[in-house]
Design a protein around this ligand. Structure first.
Ligand SMILES: [Zn+2]
Length: 748
């Protein structure tokens, strides 16, 4: 173990990194932490104005039209009934890391359409022109021999791969659709597609020009608002069962099993075909059309991606980083995904030797060596890395610099990307994981950064560049999930590999997938986002802005409560702001119904006020901006008003033992107390504890203990234990409302 380690620490710390690079690293890291604190959100309470403004989990329901088009056959009335009865009628996409809904409930309307015969003929004729003869792959040959000897001699059966993107383009040209999602089921007559087949595509790594082959697809889509499923294609297993699913008891294996990816040849009854088709529809709807999210998307006008490429290789192999990663390409992908934000990304190469010593140590502390089947691998432990970098960055920055960052956090999102390149096989957190969208150590529901570990051989020799990997992982940071990872209230979280067959950088590409030899590059390597991604991110960001707006409204209303306002006597500008936000939420809902999530040409940002309000995002953004203004107005109202400071009837007794100070706060009044602030003027507070409450250190002399949900109610009391270096110092206390306003104070 020592030998590998010595490889990269053998050289002494030589040339220091330029100060600006260190500062860049420190600010980027510190920024992602600060963002986390600004995001920590708001709770629930009991007050006079507030209940009607309490944040709602589901902001609105939205109708959605789904067309089910059969090509080459006709839906009968029995078909429609058989399938309809098995389809999801409604669905709430989730934020998987929070286990909460994103904020909308879809109600699906399904329409069954039988494509005219001439369309079927055109399609199947076209498919012949984009099909190539290949040798029958091993898994299909096994299937023919064991399940369908009636097909004849395997050696004699024709087998073809049809170009999936070409078929997708054909459908988009010849079947116009816009305000709906569509699933095409291909059911060709035997004379129309009289050979065994699957679909495939060839993609090229933009960094290395290496070609990746995806074959075995039974369906495809993602560039437009439709997906096609060929019920005569396949069957196929992806990823290969032999690698992932030896354990038949594992429920995941059952889900991934090719039995689920049946084709028409293996289906014998009408009931069974209804089961299969409805399952395909339900999964396409929940995974592709209205998918769940890994994290909640979060909108700010500026995005900055700082990609730190850290070369740990002995020879410092990545001399010329441009060959492996392309920041222009990354910018382009994200500018297409979220064109209503500014994107800048830059690649910063860091030679391990040149890093400051304390930073080298931080990196080394997050690396572990493991031996797997005789070979040594490296694991980058994300928790240790983020924790260590946090501490390091905060130590590098002055209080002033941190404050500046806090200001910037209001309009800018920084996403740090750490890419580690080693001489040997390397993963993040666990064997097999090449990269992760890491979450904040403070709050797992908030993303922090992208972490990637790679073996130099993958990059230099097998042709897996770093741009698409960076785009994939960073898309998770922005909220997007894999097309195969889903959630349903009936099944919980689930995996369906069928839907990795879609146009998005969020699929997997790997050197060892099904149907390829071990040395070939399989899967898809797609550097840009498609229609399913655009829709998911537009909706996610609109909903996230609306969520932020309702939290702002709630904050404002809590403050108004504290200021003693009652509904009837609110200032008129506040009433009109509240009404305007409510009507913008409804505006957004209407555009959701017509699937008009975002219109690039008429994007109505604050500098383009002449543009019409013509999509869901415009309304969500305006609701958010109004809510920010509302909150500012209410806060300024707070400072101008001579508050009827409700000096409540509260008694505080303080007992001093040898080491401890025991504080007892007794509430003899009606209003519940949610916090106690303690300030020891002439001493340092070393420790404070209150059972079931949170604590927050303001500075060396000041702490606040508080709760969201267990206030000191009328007649009740609370004990606080405090340890300081001056037990005889004078202790100032104040008690706080839900919104953090002072309700009473004293000194003892
Ligand atoms: Zn992923």
């Amino acid at each position: 173990m020592e030998s590998a380690r010595s490889v990269f620490i053998s050289k002494p710390y030589s040339i220091a990194l330029s100060l600006s690079v260190v500062l860049k690293l420190a600010t980027t890291i510190a920024f992602s932490i600060l963002l986390i604190f600004t995001l920590l959100s708001v709770p629930v309470t009991q007050a006079y104005l507030s209940p009607e403004h309490e944040p709602k989990e589901i902001l609105f329901t939205s109708e959605m039209q789904i067309n089910l088009v059969v090509v080459g056959d006709e839906w009968s009335e029995e078909d429609e009934q058989g399938i309809s009865s098995r389809l999801l009628k409604s669905y709430k996409p989730m934020i998987l890391n929070e286990n909460t809904p994103i904020g909308v409930e879809y109600k699906y309307n399904y329409t069954f359409v039988s494509a005219p015969e001439f369309f079927a003929t055109q399609l199947y004729t076209f498919m012949k022109t984009v099909a190539i003869d290949v040798e029958m792959p091993e898994p299909v040959a096994r299937w023919v021999v064991s399940e369908h000897p009636e097909f004849g001699d395997v050696q004699q059966i024709a087998y073809r791969i049809i170009n999936a993107p070409e078929v997708e383009e054909f459908l988009s040209r010849s079947w116009p659709m816009e305000d709906e999602y569509t699933i095409f089921f291909f059911l060709p007559h035997e004379d129309e597609l009289n050979y065994l087949h699957t679909y495939g595509m060839l993609t090229t790594d933009p960094d290395t020009d290496a070609e990746f082959l995806q074959e075995g697809m039974m369906g495809f889509g993602g560039s437009y608002r439709f997906y096609f499923i060929d019920l005569t294609a396949g069957p196929w297993t992806y990823p290969p069962m032999s690698l992932f699913c030896e354990d038949a008891e594992n429920p995941l294996c059952d889900q991934v099993n090719h039995v689920k990816n049946k084709n028409i040849h293996d289906i014998s009854s009408a009931e069974e075909i209804y089961d299969v088709m409805s399952e395909y529809v339900n999964n396409a709807v929940t995974l592709l059309f209205t998918p769940s999210y890994v994290y909640s998307p979060f909108y700010r006008i500026n995005h900055e991606l700082s990609i730190f490429l850290i070369d740990f290789t002995a020879e410092r192999a990545l001399v010329n980083t441009d060959q492996y990663i392309n920041s222009e390409l990354i910018d382009e992908a994200f500018s297409n995904l979220i064109p209503y934000a500014e994107w800048t990304s830059n690649v910063i190469s860091l030679n391990f030797d040149d890093l400051p010593e304390d930073l080298q140590e931080t990196f080394l502390n997050s690396i572990e060596f493991r031996s797997i089947e005789g070979s040594e691998i490296i694991i980058v432990k994300s928790d240790e890395l983020i924790d260590g970098l946090d501490k390091w960055a905060l130590g590098e920055l002055t209080e002033e610099e941190l404050n500046e960052l806090r200001m910037e956090a209001e309009t800018r999102i920084f996403i740090p990307v750490f890419i580690f390149i080693f001489d040997s096989e390397a993963y993040v957190d666990e064997y097999g994981l090449g990269g992760i969208a890491a979450s904040s150590p403070v709050d797992p529901s908030i993303p922090c950064c992208t972490i990637i570990a790679s073996n130099k051989n993958d990059v230099l020799f097998t042709g897996q560049g770093l741009s698409v990997l960076t785009i994939h992982e960073t898309a998770h940071v922005l909220g997007l999930a894999h097309p195969h990872d889903g959630y349903r209230s009936d099944t919980g979280e689930f995996v369906d590999w069928f839907y990795d067959w879609s146009y998005t950088p969020l699929t997997y590409s790997a050197p060892t997938a099904n149907g390829c030899g071990l040395d070939e590059l399989c899967g898809m390597i797609i550097p840009d986002f498609g229609r399913f991604n655009f829709d998911a991110i537009d909706r996610g960001l609109a909903l996230s802005l609306l969520n932020e707006a309702q939290l702002n409204v709630y904050d404002a209303v809590l403050l108004l409560d504290d200021l003693g306002y009652d509904s009837p006597d609110l200032p008129s500008e506040i009433i009109s702001a509240l009404n305007s936000i409510e009507s913008d939420v409804q505006g957004a809902r209407q555009h959701f119904n017509s699937m008009n999530y975002f219109n690039y040409i008429t994007f109505r940002d604050t500098s383009n006020l002449m543009n019409p309000m013509d999509d869901a995002f415009d309304f969500a953004l305006r609701a958010f901006e109004t809510s920010e203004q509302l909150l500012r107005d209410v806060k300024s109202l707070e400072s101008t008003i001579t508050k009827p400071t409700p000096q409540l009837d509260i008694s505080v007794t303080i007992k001093q033992t040898e080491k401890l100070t025991l504080i007892s706060v007794q509430n003899n009044d009606e209003l519940p107390l949610f916090g106690v602030k303690l300030n020891l003027e002439d001493g340092l507070i070393k420790f404070v504890k209150t059972r079931g409450w949170d604590r927050d250190r303001i500075d060396q002399n000041t702490v606040i203990v508080s709760t969201d949900d267990r206030p000191i109610t009328a007649g009740k009391s609370l004990k606080i234990i405090l340890i300081s270096d001056n037990p005889n110092g004078s202790l100032e206390w104040s008690v706080l409302s839900k919104a953090g306003n002072e309700l009473g104070k004293g000194v003892s």
